[in-house]
Design a protein around this ligand. Structure first.
Ligand SMILES: Nc1nc2c(ncn2[C@@H]2O[C@H](COP(=O)(O)OP(=O)(O)O)[C@@H](O)[C@H]2O)c(=O)[nH]1
Ligand SMILES: [Mg+2]
Length: 191
């Protein structure tokens, strides 16, 4: 048992090192519409496992969290769950950084994602908290270009409000294990 635990620990250590998170402490809040890929990302961070699994559409599980070596991850589904907004707002205020996951292949819900981002940044919920926008599912052919997504979520305006050094955008594929390393290294600078 002890050696299994050590194996797991060294796996997590090397994973953390690659992300620039080794020895860092803080609370990272993961936000985004349902189906963006938050659970998959957290699962990957927790286990190194990249398997695809069915969307988490269980109605009573709009939040999940895990804690590992001084880092606490707390994820929330946004959109249509206004009742729980005050819950995650409290977390965001106290957090070290926000990871905002967007499904880059879901053209129909980009405005909705942009609306939530605007609520977060425009209403000063995040204030000085850095926000990394993760355009996920870039492995899919139907994933939109960064330029189109930026235009549709009015990224320039968000950046003007948040400040260019506190808002960054990354193209990622959790499924392929690509892109989010750069995002975490950016976030790690603030921890
Ligand atoms: N093609 C592709 N699908 C993904 C990726 N990340 C997640 N998914 C899929 O998107 C769906 C929703 O993911 P989930 O993590 O449950 O989203 P959540 O609602 O934000 O927690 C699942 O079927 C995942 O397998 C990705 O990078 N590429
Ligand atoms: Mg989920």
């Amino acid at each position: 048992m002890a050696s299994l635990y050590n194996l797991w620990k060294s796996l997590i250590n090397s994973l953390w090192r690659a992300l620039g998170l080794e020895g860092k402490e803080g609370v990272l809040v993961v936000l985004g519409l349902d189906n963006a890929g938050k659970t998959t990302l957290l699962h990957r961070l927790r286990t190194g496992d990249v398997r695809s699994f069915p969307p988490t559409d269980r109605p009573h599980h709009h939040t999940e969290s895990f804690e590992c070596q001084g880092l606490k991850f707390q994820a929330w589904d946004l959109g249509g769950h206004e009742a729980v907004r005050h819950l995650w707002e409290d977390y965001v205020c106290e957090s070290s950084a926000v990871l905002f996951v967007v499904d880059a292949s879901d053209s129909d819900r980009l405005e909705e994602a942009g609306f939530e981002l605007d609520a977060l940044i425009g209403e000063k919920v995040v204030q000085d908290v850095p926000v990394a926008v993760l355009l996920n599912k870039c492995d899919l052919e139907e994933a939109l270009s960064s330029a189109e997504i930026c235009q549709r979520i009015q990224f320039d305006e968000l950046q003007r409000m948040q400040g260019p050094d506190k808002l960054a955008i990354f193209r990622i594929s959790v499924l392929r294990g690509e892109g989010y390393q750069a995002a975490f290294r950016w976030v790690a600078n603030f921890l």
